[in-house]
Design a protein. Structure first.
Ligand code: FAD
Length: 502
């Protein structure tokens, strides 16, 4: 019988996507005959941003045998318990989207119904006070989540803020140590097979030609293989997501780093502030339809509180997705597969799930169309669900002070999001689709932060006297306050565990 297995895998691009794929796939296929080659051009370089992650990143590197402390030391990382949204609902108002649960469900009824019932009875309380993750973040403290929490009040998770360039270097080390071959050269031509248009090989500026059976395109926004060679097509989402440019800049680290990402609403977009151990990452993501580049740059410079380390750098992007992430024998990963702005730090997480899909649906040289369809369908739905979550942040704003924010209120929601919002408002119910990255607790944080609350409380609570809820909910808040009081400041935690030994 003919051996149809893929023998040569070629990854194009050595940014975060390329090296994460190389490290993870080399490990997945360890000991087997698969050869993995990565081609990158140090002349072209990488995008050089991407510092905030979500908790799945920890599972990703742990699978590679790396511990939290090793990664934090290697990447100058700080801990991230969530995201603080400043001025998104209204100027001067903030809320935190934590990685974790709110309160305790009682008698099988979700906690938020009890919280609403108490509020409707005249005792409004802050949802954040029922989340250990959010409360630690607000207090500037950090501790690792308890291994065996005695109740859901102790359930939270954390991620990292890291130097993405250092993380890519770490991934490169893991990949090369395990046998990935690296070629530093510019791809000058992509050669297609005349019979079926599949990619056969790549010509490099050095004169070398690299052949492969399967190609992973991690070449960044341009999509060297998936778009420039195969003309796959792009589905823009700029009618729903207006931001299309960013200025990014690093600044000196001053004071204790916060254990959360700060995202602050501005006149035509929003600004991120990400603390690392030795500096801050800052950037203004904005809509070029609503503000000039000069004005955006000036707004950013005026807002960053510490000295800038260089002049801000502009990045242009087109929100949307590649129509087919897998086309013929090319799979796009990272920026080559599409882009959603970094508001919820999802790009690196989508690289992780892309790698999981490659592992789960790894083809042979027949390239069965069913595999490709499944991969594309899965990728599309996953990215659309993230898109919906991000759109919600814009659409639900109550600012009304600038054309950008008013235009956001007028966005026509995709049906999938409209259905979610309707069912939550009518019944406090969370619609869940397949392959969603964000769980109900995350949706709850955003609904509550934007005051999009259901009028109706679960009828199972009709027989509950609201006054009887006051004491148990106060107990929950107290239990959280006590844990927060005993936790160390985030800076002290970093000092103890993350500074490399001198
Ligand atoms: P790149 O870093 O662009 O790498 C492309 C690679 O392809 C490079 O190695 C380049 O040399 C190579 N290449 C290109 N052409 C050729 C050629 N002809 N020959 C050889 N090699 C070639 N993500 C997050 O998860 N969190 C964040 O907080 C976050 N913030 C972001 C902020 C902004 C403003 C932007 C734009 C993105 C942000 N991202 C964030 C996304 C994140 O930066 C990317 O997902 C991540 O860095 C992956 O990039 P990449 O590897 O796909 O592409």
């Amino acid at each position: 019988m003919q051996d149809n297995r893929i023998r040569k895998l070629v990854i194009v691009g050595g940014g975060t996507a390329g090296w994460m794929a190389a490290a993870a796939l080399r490990r997945h296929f360890q000991g087997g005959p698969l050869e993995i080659t990565l081609v990158e051009s140090s002349e072209i370089g990488t995008i050089g941003v991407g510092e905030a992650t979500i908790p799945t990143i920890r599972g990703f590197y742990q699978q590679l045998g790396l511990s939290d402390i090793e990664v934090m030391q290697a990447t100058q990382a700080t801990c991230k318990l969530g995201i603080r949204f400043n001025g998104w609902t209204r100027e001067g108002q903030s809320f935190i989207h934590p990685f974790g649960l709110f309160g305790q469900d009682l008698r099988g009824v979700p906690f938020h119904h009890y919280w609403r019932k108490l509020a409707q009875a005249g005792e409004p309380t802050d949802l954040q006070d029922y989340s250990l993750g959010a409360s630690l973040a607000a207090a500037g403290k950090f501790m690792a989540p308890p291994r065996n929490p005695t109740s859901s009040l102790g359930i939270f998770d954390w991620a990292l803020h890291f130097d993405a360039g250092l993380f890519a270097q770490l991934m490169r080390r893991v990949a090369e140590d395990n046998g990935v071959r690296r070629i530093d050269a510019r791809v000058t031509q992509v050669n297609l097979r005349p019979e079926d248009g599949f990619v056969a090989s790549l010509d490099l500026h050095t004169g070398e030609t690299v052949e492969g059976d399967l190609f992973i395109d991690c070449s960044g926004f341009r999509g060297l293989l998936i778009e420039e060679a195969l003309g796959t097509g792009y589905e823009p989402w700029n009618d729903m997501l207006f931001c299309d440019r960013a200025y990014a800049v690093q600044s000196e680290g001053v004071g204790d780093p916060a254990p959360y990402t700060d995202v602050t609403a501005h006149s035509a977009g929003w600004r991120w502030r990400i603390p690392l151990q030795h500096r801050y990452g800052n950037g203004y993501v904005y809509s070029s339809r609503h503000i000039s580049d000069e004005a955006a740059l000036a707004e950013l410079k005026a807002a960053v509180p510490d000295p800038l380390l260089f002049e801000p750098r502009q990045i242009r992007f087109n929100p949307g997705r590649r129509k087919r992430v897998w086309n013929k024998n090319v799979i796009a990963l990272g920026l080559a597969s599409g882009f959603l702005e970094p508001l919820e730090s999802t790009s690196i997480a989508l690289i992780e799930t892309g790698i999981d899909k490659i592992k789960a649906l790894f083809p042979d040289r027949d390239f069965a169309p069913e595999l490709i369809d499944e991969f594309n369908d899965w990728s599309r739905r996953e990215m659309e669900r993230v898109r919906d979550f991000i759109i919600l942040h814009y659409w639900a704003n109550k600012r009304g002070d600038a054309a950008f924010w008013r235009d956001c209120n007028a966005i026509t929601l995709p049906d999938t999001l409209q259905r979610k919002v309707d069912l939550f408002r009518q019944r406090g119910h969370f619609v869940r689709y397949r392959w969603e990255m964000f769980q109900p607790a995350s949706w709850m944080a955003i609904y509550a932060g934007f005051e999009l609350l259901p009028d109706m409380v679960d009828p199972a609570l009709d027989g509950v006297d609201p006054k009887s809820l006051s004491a148990p909910l106060a107990e929950m808040r107290k239990a959280i306050r006590e844990v927060v009081a005993s936790a160390p400041p985030h800076g002290a935690f970093l000092e103890q565990y993350c500074r490399p030994a001198a």
